[in-house]
Design a protein around this ligand. Structure first.
Ligand SMILES: [Zn+2]
Length: 342
């Protein structure tokens, strides 16, 4: 493995960021031997020069899909390769590297992680072992890494995804974290990375690539289906703010965390934004008027979303989660007023 020197320029905007621009020259002494994969695996073009993605299979990680259930992608610049997400096993991460090598000799310099969930991060191990790439994630990913959920998920995946996940599999920490947003340039490309959560996970982030206007959205923007909001820390207000910011950059192509890429990124963003706005508006007015959740849910006209995939599975739980969020906002406001009184 040749030694690689990182020569990228990084610009960061935001607050409370930890920045390390390393010129790492250390790679694993010997090439690790990850179990082979047999699932079909290749980088696909999204009809934008130098941008590729690996479309994962649908379903939950199992022996048939070998854990290849999420998407990842990469952008080739003349100063290196920027990768987005790393898939669900070290073997898949190594397979990504092999496919990248078929397209370019440029070193992988950075990996941006959409969020720390097992199906997107176990492949980081291969990048850590086989490259000098720097791993970038939003700062609250530490909440996941130190949680009992992370340990439990790894235990579960060792069973369901043996031999690809085993006792040697480890969760790799980011080298660099950011709070709200950060920008990175590599060659002629500019990468804007936004925290858009907590939504689906505490660190949910999206990455916009210019030129080409490709948006890597992670799991929080999907195409034509009711999004999943039912996570305890969900903050739909922040989620909408991040969508507003990213919409200003006029993305054209959307590469979601799961499912096929879309050539109509703005439609997908508008859809998610409108859904969040609709649910927030209805649940806020219910909370403001002291209407219990069940009544509020029944009184709401959901017809514009009823026919969509995941409506039955997600909509009511989403509405309840947002109702609680709106209630909490009222309580927070009341507390602020109380503490401000002399
Ligand atoms: Zn996922």
């Amino acid at each position: 493995m040749t030694q690689i020197k990182n020569t990228l320029t990084i610009f960061l905007i935001g607050t409370s960021m930890a920045l390390t621009i390393a010129s790492r020259t250390v790679v694993a002494a010997s090439t690790p031997n990850y179990p082979d994969i047999s699932v079909p695996f290749s980088a696909e073009s999204v009809n934008i020069p130098n941008v590729y993605y690996f479309p994962g299979q649908s379903g939950v990680p199992d022996q048939y899909n070998e854990g290849f259930t999420s998407n990842a992608g990469f952008v080739v610049t003349n100063k290196g390769v920027i990768v987005f997400d790393a898939l669900g096993t070290p073997s898949l991460g190594a397979a990504m590297l092999r496919e990248i090598r078929k397209i370019t000799d440029q070193p992988v310099t950075h990996i941006v992680v959409s969020h720390y969930h097992a199906d997107h991060i176990y492949g980081l191990q291969a990048f850590r072992d086989l490259t000098n790439a720097e791993i970038i994630a939003q700062g609250s990913t530490s909440l996941y890494i130190n949680s009992p959920d992370a340990a439990e998920r790894l235990r579960q995946r060792k069973k369901s995804l043996a031999p690809w996940v085993d006792d040697g599999t480890r969760v790799i920490l980011p080298d660099l974290t950011f709070k709200d947003e950060m920008f990175l340039t590599s060659g002629n490309y500019r990468f804007s990375i936004f925290h858009a959560g907590p939504a689906h996970a505490p660190g949910d982030s999206m990455m916009m690539v210019e030129p080409g206007n490709v948006l890597f959205s992670g799991d929080i923007i999907q195409n034509g289906r009711v999004p999943f909001l039912n996570s305890p820390q969900v903050d739909t207000g922040k989620w909408m703010q991040a969508i507003e910011k990213v919409k200003k950059l006029r993305p054209v192509v959307l590469i979601p965390g799961h499912g096929g890429a879309s050539q109509h990124a703005m439609d997908a963003l508008n859809f998610t934004y409108d859904y969040l706005s609709f649910v927030r508006d209805r649940m806020k007015s219910a909370v403001d008027n002291w209407i219990p959740f069940e009544d509020a849910y029944q009184q709401t006209d959901w017809s514009r979303y009823e026919a969509l995939p995941a409506f039955e599975a997600s909509n009511k739980a989403n509405a309840y989660r947002v109702y609680l969020e709106m209630e909490q906002a009222v309580l927070d406001l009341a507390n602020t007023h109380l503490t401000q009184k002399p």
